[in-house]
Design a binder for this molecule. Structure first.
Ligand SMILES: *Cc1c(COP(=O)(O)O)cnc(C)c1O
Length: 345
């Protein structure tokens, strides 16, 4: 097989959902965020596995993503759309029974005019200044909006991955000011918020990255295994360069393996020599730049070069690779791209 492969452990995914679910009270529902094709892992399989485990509320970023998800889940699940009700989305929202999280007075107006009896939620800005109604807008609109019985009032935390950041408590206070006393279910916690403790759990949590094995869910089981096939092995003499720009030069007689996978597969070029690959338990450093479709790896120390080397495995998780590339696990997962052969266990 000439293509790099990703193995997705649906059992680990489900175990991660259950572990996050177990951290909140029984009265708190645990949703599942499956935007960006289930963080790059395939929304169909991911969502079905989570639904089988008991998840009933799913979140996507935009209405288009709701189509694939509705297809996977059928009519039973509730699908919330973070971007709300955008121009041109009305038919999709209605026909696929999506629940838009309305973000502005403009969206509220659009929704009530176009689909006056269709379910909706409201997103409030508690301090991140990204999406949602500002406190002053909410004060002006809330009486009328609450009469229309929103399904959910939600907000999002800017710094939940850092429990010591004072913005967490400030946002929580702002969210409470905006919503206390209203009899509508509430949600503020994504993965990081769940770990901040029960004050942040309210009626619904919205974990994403923690399901897929990424930080800040430090106790997560790893979900993704990625390996790339060796196409060719060559010996290079001291003084010979490897790869674009001839940035890497052999100092001793070196054996180089060339692998099928590159930055077009989300193996970010900036990881450079910081990332390693693994032959079983043995680390093998990258030698030279990451190409679009290829990696060159120093395998001099191996007795035998295996058919594949591992990139994401027990020795190097999503966040390790992210650190090598100067980014976060979220970006590694969602960059993986369509070229892999994905299998599910
Ligand atoms: C992406 C997202 C989530 C999930 O966040 P994680 O950090 O991946 O758990 C939850 N809520 C909103 C509004 C989001 O955009």
């Amino acid at each position: 097989m000439g293509t790099a492969r990703i193995r997705i452990d649906l059992g680990a995914l489900v175990a991660n959902w259950r572990a996050l679910d177990a951290q909140s009270a029984n009265t708190t529902e645990t949703g599942a965020v499956v935007k960006a094709d289930g963080y790059g892992l395939g929304v169909d399989r991911v969502a079905k596995a989570l639904a089988r485990a008991g998840a009933r509320s799913f979140y996507v970023a935009q209405a288009e993503e709701g189509a694939a998800l509705r297809n996977a889940l059928g009519r039973g699940a509730t699908i919330y759309v973070f971007s709300g009700h955008m121009p041109g989305d009305t038919e999709m929202i209605r026909d696929l029974a999506l629940v838009p999280m309305l973000n502005s007075i403009e969206q509220l107006t659009r929704h009530f005019e176009a689909l006056p009896t269709h379910p909706f939620g409201v997103q409030l800005d508690s301090g991140m200044n990204r999406l949602g109604l500002e406190p002053s807008e909410w004060r002006a609109a809330r009486e009328i909006v609450v009469q229309q019985r929103p399904r959910l009032l939600m907000s999002h935390l800017a710094c939940a991955d850092d429990p010591d950041d004072p913005l967490n408590a400030r946002q929580l206070g702002q969210f409470r000011d905006m919503t206390d006393g209203i009899h509508v279910p509430r949600s503020i916690a994504a993965t990081g918020g769940i770990l901040l403790g029960p004050d942040y759990h309210f009626d619904m949590t919205r974990p994403g990255i923690g399901l897929y094995g990424g930080l800040p869910h430090a106790d997560a089981r790893s979900v993704v295994h990625l390996s790339a096939p060796v196409i060719q092995v060559r010996d290079v003499d001291p003084g010979e360069p490897v790869g674009y720009g001839a940035t890497w030069v052999a100092e001793i007689p070196t054996r180089i393996a060339t692998l099928q996978a590159g930055y077009a597969d989300g193996l970010i070029r900036a990881m450079g020599d910081n990332a390693v690959l693994f032959a079983g338990d043995v680390p093998c450093p990258l030698a030279g730049r990451v190409s679009m479709d290829l990696l060159t790896v120093d395998v001099t120390h191996l007795d035998e070069v295996p058919s594949h080397l591992d990139i994401l495995c027990a020795h190097q998780g999503v966040d390790d690779l992210a650190e090598a590339a100067g980014t976060i696990g979220y970006e590694i997962l969602t960059s993986l791209g369509p070229r892999y052969r994905r299998s599910y266990v």
